[in-house]
Design a protein around this ligand. Structure first.
Ligand code: RB5
Length: 147
């Protein structure tokens, strides 16, 4: 199950990616927004991230104007590794090296064709483990060090 979330700026690209997931036959839950009315991206980044962190969803894909704000919000949830990507190389490496469990896309940055390619390759790529697993563990140790 893939968690989806966006603000108003990310909504058009989220709808494009929903079409892609339907074509691929992949299940998703959309945590909103479903309207073009102005809203706050942290709300939807948090909802989608909590769905991934709780195990309700395996991965998440989130959208705002740049992908930046909503990714920052998602990364505040313990256990989340959200990568904002605007090309395929970083998207694939975010899976292979960082075991990214969420992907953020900027609807004002990438067009629908590139976004489809990024999502497809991100979903197909796997974590390589090994030395990268040790580094991912170190990332999450930082969470435990915060007051
Ligand atoms: C909304 O105008 C915009 O600020 C938001 O979608 C996002 O780009 C923030 O990072």
């Amino acid at each position: 199950m893939i968690a989806l979330g966006s603000d108003h700026a990310g909504l058009p690209l989220k709808l494009e990616i929903i079409k892609l997931l339907d074509e691929l036959g992949l299940a998703y839950t959309d945590y909103g927004t479903d309207s073009l009315a102005r809203c706050d991206y942290p709300v939807y980044g948090q909802k989608a991230a909590e769905a991934v962190a709780s195990g309700a969803c395996d991965r998440g894909i989130i959208f705002c104007g740049t992908g930046i704000g909503i990714s920052i919000a998602a990364n505040k949830v313990a256990g989340i590794r959200c990568a904002v990507c605007s090309e395929c190389y970083s998207a694939v490496l975010s899976r292979e090296h960082n075991d990214a469990n969420m992907l953020a896309l900027g609807a004002r940055v990438v067009g629908p064709g590139l976004a489809r390619m990024i999502v497809t390759q991100w979903l197909e790529a796997g974590f390589e483990g090994g030395r990268h697993a040790d580094r991912v563990k170190l990332i999450h140790q930082i969470e435990g060090q915060q007051a």
